[in-house]
Write a protein that binds this ligand. Structure first.
Ligand SMILES: *Cc1c(COP(=O)(O)O)cnc(C)c1O
Length: 428
């Protein structure tokens, strides 16, 4: 007899897959779906192998094809990022940050970060990776009006502190940080600028978000699975060979040994698809975010960032304090198969982290399934019916199922040619 837990784990996996892939509206801003082709090349023997070190300089045998796959993946990622050097080994954006931070600063050194209200990620802070590395966090001042880094204040802080590096880029990230200005100030005191593009990397590649390297950043760190619709992973980019070398030499063994090789072909496929379709995809993402923001306002919601047109990214931040707060609203939405996350808004005190006043929405995944501005209107109506009118959750869930049934195929992709796909099943 097979163990009953076996049946349960298989059933749970299938149910989760069906729910999140076919029955719900996913508006989590940090998630996406890969193309069928990128997914097909994910499930191969590479998932079981090691290739410690860098291509052609490995500590393991059996890597001759991995070397070429990794080299080609780096070449493609450099091409779409307009960068000279990259490392695709970080297994997540946090690991990418850790590797760069640790090379740029020693324990006890200082780094300036964007204000938490302007979206700084936990890995930039004393509570996360920066703190774990023993690097001291100095927060730059906040410009409340523009929901951004206060550049004049930042100049004073950076000139006084003379940090080893500055970090920009964020998690609740509606409007671009002043990269050119902070790069110039950081460089004037000999500091490097790290731009964490975890959320917006796909928008940069798609040409709708300024490329931080072109604005003076020394490094881009990224996740490869948020607006960039690849496998879960991280990447590091730079144009500066002297900055690249120590990161590339130290990431193994400092921050990983196995770099999860099966990500590499999927990352390469995604890069090629972004070359072909990335412009169209990214501009639809931003159009959809703007459309969702305006539609939510029209339905009676308070959307953050009004004085700047609500958003320039894939995200929308909604203040739902009048509708019972972020925790409650996110839960009600989930019952109706609309998946979002509760989020601290810039004016929330940090203690409100488990019951913040906001919701963070991201439209990138639904855009991949082919939704456009009129679908955003429809989503906003569902939000109103559920959170303002208090309509029955099961009615709204039925409407979500009906709506989602016309969006089942991922767009902006190459076709999946069954006979060329080396999935584990096809290989036998
Ligand atoms: C999501 C995120 C990260 C972490 O990325 P992981 O790939 O989840 O490790 C880092 N920085 C920012 C700004 C993020 O939003």
């Amino acid at each position: 007899m097979l163990p009953k837990e076996l049946e349960r784990i298989i059933q749970l996996t299938k149910t989760h897959h069906k729910w999140r892939r076919t029955e719900s509206l996913n508006l989590i801003a940090s998630e996406n779906v890969m193309s069928p082709l990128a997914e097909a090349v994910y499930g191969t023997d590479l998932m079981s192998r090691y290739a410690e070190g860098r291509p052609y300089k490995r500590y393991y045998q059996g890597t001759k094809y991995v070397d070429e796959i990794e080299t080609l993946t780096m070449e493609l990622m450099n091409r779409i990022t307009s960068s000279k050097y990259c490392d695709v080994r970080p297994i997540s954006g946090t690991i990418a940050n850790a590797a760069v931070f640790r090379v740029l600063a020693q324990p006890g050194d200082e780094a300036t970060i964007a204000p938490v209200q302007a979206g700084a990620h936990v890995s930039h802070t004393k509570f996360g990776t920066l703190g774990a590395l023993g690097i001291k966090q100095v927060e730059l001042p906040y410009d409340r009006e523009r929901m951004n880094v206060d550049v004049d204040g930042a100049r004073k802080v950076i000139e006084r502190v003379r940090p080893k590096f500055a970090v920009l880029g964020g998690s609740l990230y509606l409007f671009p940080h002043p990269t050119r200005e902070i790069a110039e100030i950081a460089h004037s005191v000999g500091a490097r600028l790290v731009y964490d593009a975890a959320h917006v990397y796909g928008l940069i590649v798609g040409g709708v978000w300024r490329n931080p390297l072109e604005e003076g950043a020394d490094f881009i760190t990224a996740s490869t699975h948020k607006t960039f619709p690849g496998p879960q992973g991280g990447a590091i980019f730079t144009n500066d060979e002297s900055a690249y070398k120590p990161v590339s030499h130290n990431i193994f063994p400092w921050f990983l040994s196995n770099h999860h090789l099966h990500r590499l072909p999927s990352t390469a496929v995604t890069a090629l698809e972004m070359m072909e379709f990335g412009g169209e995809y990214a501009s639809q993402v931003v159009k959809n975010a703007k459309a969702l923001a305006s539609a939510l306002v029209a339905q009676g919601f308070k959307v953050v960032g009004e004085n700047q047109g609500y958003t320039t990214s894939h995200q929308v931040a909604v203040d739902v304090s009048k509708q019972g707060g972020g925790a409650k609203c996110a839960k009600v939405l989930e019952e109706a198969n609309i998946i979002v996350n509760k989020n601290l808004l810039p004016d929330d005190p940090p203690e409100r982290v488990s019951d913040p006043s906001g919701l963070r929405l991201g439209v990138q995944e639904m855009t991949r399934y082919g939704m456009n501005e009129s679908d955003m209107q429809e989503i906003a109506v569902l939000f109103r019916k559920l959170l303002i009118d208090g309509q029955d959750v099961s009615d709204i869930r039925r409407k979500v199922l009906e709506m989602r049934s016309s969006f089942q195929t991922v767009k902006y992709t190459f076709p999946l040619e069954k006979d060329i796909v080396p999935t584990i099943l096809a290989l036998g």
